[in-house]
Ligand binder design. Sequence first.
Ligand SMILES: NC(=O)c1ccc[n+]([C@@H]2O[C@H](COP(=O)([O-])OP(=O)(O)OC[C@H]3O[C@@H](n4cnc5c(N)ncnc54)[C@H](OP(=O)(O)O)[C@@H]3O)[C@@H](O)[C@H]2O)c1
Length: 327
Amino acid sequence: MSDKMENFDERIPEIVLNSGHKMPVVGLGCAGHPMPQVEQLESIFVDAMENGYRHFDTAACYGTEEALGKAVAKALEIGVIKSRDELFITSKLWCTEADHDLVHPALKQTLGKLGLEYLDLYLIHWPVRVKHGASTFNFAKDEILPFDIHGTWKAMEECSILGFTKSIGLSNFTCEKISKLLENATIPPVVNQVEMNVGWQQRKLVPFCKEKGIRVCAWSPLGAYGNSWGTNAVMENPILQELAASKSKTVAQVALRWIYQQGASLIVKSFNKERMKQNIQIFDWELTEEEMDRILQIPQSRGFGGDMFIHPTGPYKSVEELWDGDI
Ligand SMILES: NC(=O)c1ccc[n+]([C@@H]2O[C@H](COP(=O)([O-])OP(=O)(O)OC[C@H]3O[C@@H](n4cnc5c(N)ncnc54)[C@H](OP(=O)(O)O)[C@@H]3O)[C@@H](O)[C@H]2O)c1
């Protein structure tokens, strides 16, 4: 076993989810644009495992399930990990499959691409249903259909009971939608994965989820810096830049450490070896109360409004409706 592996437990702490399963608090994001070829991606994911990442966040719509599956097989073959159980693999149900009878087949397809027998976590990607068979991203607005929150969740519960995933959860759900889901749920969601960073601090959702025992997991923790859906609100924020300089840390490290100190988990994407290492060096130092107060001064706005799901005759007629006013 290499030094990196021996230090792994110290480097990325784990938390216990309400399902009883453990999840490393930092995961590697597996969405990006432009996307490297499968072989290159496979080696990026193996690099990440060599550097201590054990939690990987993919989705049916990212096109990275296959490469991640190959990386898992490779890591086992070359001894970076001894067993698949050392990993925490998340994937997500896309909107075109968000219908009770389509959930199980969609999960089976995901497992087939990954070459795995089970996921650690399966999430409903969005509280949105799009006509089955429609284009993943370029669907027509009239193909957006009413979302059956209870029926879709029931199918998620069935998948968990059958053992195809250890835990089930949500992504991009508001407090209102979670409350509605909990009215009928027999298995509560373990996680709600949402946009969260210093520029969109989720001040309503974080305490709500804490009270319900649901772990908030931050996507775009760096504001998706440099991505087509990204902003520079995090990486070029002057307060973060000052804090980073005064603490001899990088802006990214301060941004990620802030999320960790909010009691949330985070999924950060870097396909660059040095940056991926840097992004997990956030556990042996902290931000003081005064520094946290300065971050509270940062103006707030959502980076990704979800416009693609809005249509005047669809189930969500405005961005306000999609987010239940939390914008
Ligand atoms: N559930 C959802 O709806 C949803 C939505 C969006 C994203 N996600 C998940 O969350 C993950 C992360 O979010 P994200 O990809 O949107 O954004 P992000 O992690 O905030 O930012 C990624 C961008 O920042 C750059 N970067 C990473 N580390 C850096 C550092 N230390 N210094 C400077 N730049 C750095 C990356 O470039 P390099 O690769 O070149 O380093 C990449 O362009 C995704 O990959 C995906 O798994 C989920």
